[in-house]
Design a protein around this ligand. Structure first.
Ligand code: KG4
Ligand code: ZN
Length: 419
């Protein structure tokens, strides 16, 4: 960690706690269901400091986020040391904002939930140490949540919220099980077969990336082309101005091990690879001599206090816009092809798409039309809940709260935690 005083966390907590430190009693399921069901969730796995109050895993009363984009933007990527320092700075005001937006106090909470991993070790630790201290001091249970499970619950949370709106008259939440869930973000590209079970949810990891995550490819290509950070929203905004068929990118078929390929059964693992397309974009830039125009664009955008994709648009020629559109189309189509292949092979009854890249407009359109064509229900979180947030952590924590699955006092960060 750097020079920021880590005591700031404990120091500001002490001022606000309503009671004396104690240990959490394990609520039984019936009393848990009868209670107010308020969970304060904390998420600090990467570059957003987030806190939310979620009622019964179904209704976000607040969803506060302090974004660090401006801090990391000059470096074109997340700098782990800076992320930890900013989390330390932001955690107390963000939790305070989440409580006040929800109109509740510490005393109203039933449990504290926190992201355990995967993520940056130093960043995760800030949230975990804060949440542990808070849970201990309030005498309330602590729930550890896997960030990837959180992303899937962002979709479920909003489906529940939609279903509860009386004027929409949707009745049961429109998620059919088992669901094929694509989690596609800056750090992950995973496919899961998710099932709803009596005591929560189960997930079978049926697909993953062999190298870069899809969001990482968006970020690296945007950086290479002199656009802003994170790259996904910039490429999303500029792609409609180019021709997506102009540059024929292709994804090599990933060979499964011979013994698996020889079986007649459907593949049990769907593999992605996004490092090749990043190199292909670089090759295109070299072959078409685009470096000078990229440097010009980068310099011009750097001179603007808060540059936007509209500023970048006037600095992009047709060749660059075609390249951006073709890159996005190729990534979206590869994600779509493998997701639906997995859904059909594994007899999924619906498709859920979540994670930062799920905010992409072309992805939403092309996935939706594929799903409609196949008669498969599909759901995405709203763009705000697609990227990292704490409401999704509070939603994923609820079944664990009901099942009495509480974290031990020695809970620590799990940077490589799998789902
Ligand atoms: O889920 P997230 O906030 O953090 C991780 O868990 O990684 O995802 C961040 C990623 C970044 O790579 C960002 O470029 C990408 O999501 N992203 C997008 C869009 N919005 C965010 N990618 C494509 N199109 C978008 N609109
Ligand atoms: Zn994430």
């Amino acid at each position: 960690m750097n020079g920021e005083p880590s005591g700031a966390v404990a120091g500001s907590l002490a001022d606000e706690l309503p009671g004396k430190p104690g240990s959490a009693a394990k609520p039984d399921r019936r009393s848990a269901e009868a209670g107010s069901g308020l969970i304060l969730a904390i998420e600090t796995s990467c570059d957003e400091t987030a806190a939310a109050v979620v009622e019964r895993g179904r209704h976000a009363l607040s969803n506060a986020i302090a974004s660090q984009i401006a801090i990391h933007a000059p470096y074109g990527g997340v700098v782990p040391e800076l992320a930890s320092r900013e989390h330390l700075r932001n955690i107390v005001p963000v939790v305070r904002a989440a409580l006040s937006q929800a109109g509740v106090t510490f005393a109203d909470l039933d449990a504290i939930a926190v992201t355990e991993g995967p993520g940056l070790a130093g960043a995760l630790l800030v949230g975990i140490v804060y949440a542990k201290s808070l849970a201990y001091a309030l005498g309330k249970p602590l729930i550890a949540v896997n960030h990837l499970e959180g992303h899937i619950h962002a979709v479920l949370l909003e489906q529940e919220e939609l279903a509860r709106q009386p004027d929409l008259n949707l009745g049961e939440p429109p998620v059919d099980w088992p669901a094929l869930a694509l989690v596609v973000s800056g750090g992950h590209t995973n496919l899961y077969l998710a099932r709803r079970a009596a005591e929560g949810f189960t997930y079978r990891n049926v697909g993953r990336t062999l190298d870069d995550a899809a969001g990482e490819a968006f970020d690296k290509v945007a950086k290479l082309l002199g656009l802003g950070y994170p790259g996904g929203p910039w490429i999303d905004a500029l792609a409609p101005y180019g021709d997506p068929t102009a540059v024929p990118f292709s994804f090599a078929q990933i060979k499964r091990k011979a013994h698996r390929a020889a079986t007649a059964r459907p593949p049990s693992e769907f593999l992605f690879s996004f490092s090749g397309i990043k190199t292909a974009v670089l090759r295109y830039v070299q072959l078409h001599d685009l470096f000078a125009s990229i440097a010009h664009r980068r310099d011009k955008l750097a001179a603007i206090p808060k540059p936007t994709p509209e500023d970048a648009l006037v600095l992009c020629g047709k060749e660059t816009l075609d390249l951006i559109a073709s890159f996005q189309r190729a990534v979206v189509d590869d994600l779509k092809r493998k997701t639906f292949l997995a859904a059909v092979s594994l007899d999924a009854a619906s498709v859920l798409v979540s994670g930062g890249v799920a905010a992409n407009r072309e992805l939403r359109l092309r996935f939706t039309s594929e799903a409609v064509g196949r008669g498969l229900p599909i759901a995405f979180p709203s763009p705000a809940l697609s990227t990292d947030n704490a409401a999704m952590i509070g939603a994923a924590a609820w079944p664990k709260f009901l099942a009495g699955q509480f974290a031990p006092s020695e809970l620590s960060a799990q940077p490589g935690l799998a789902l």
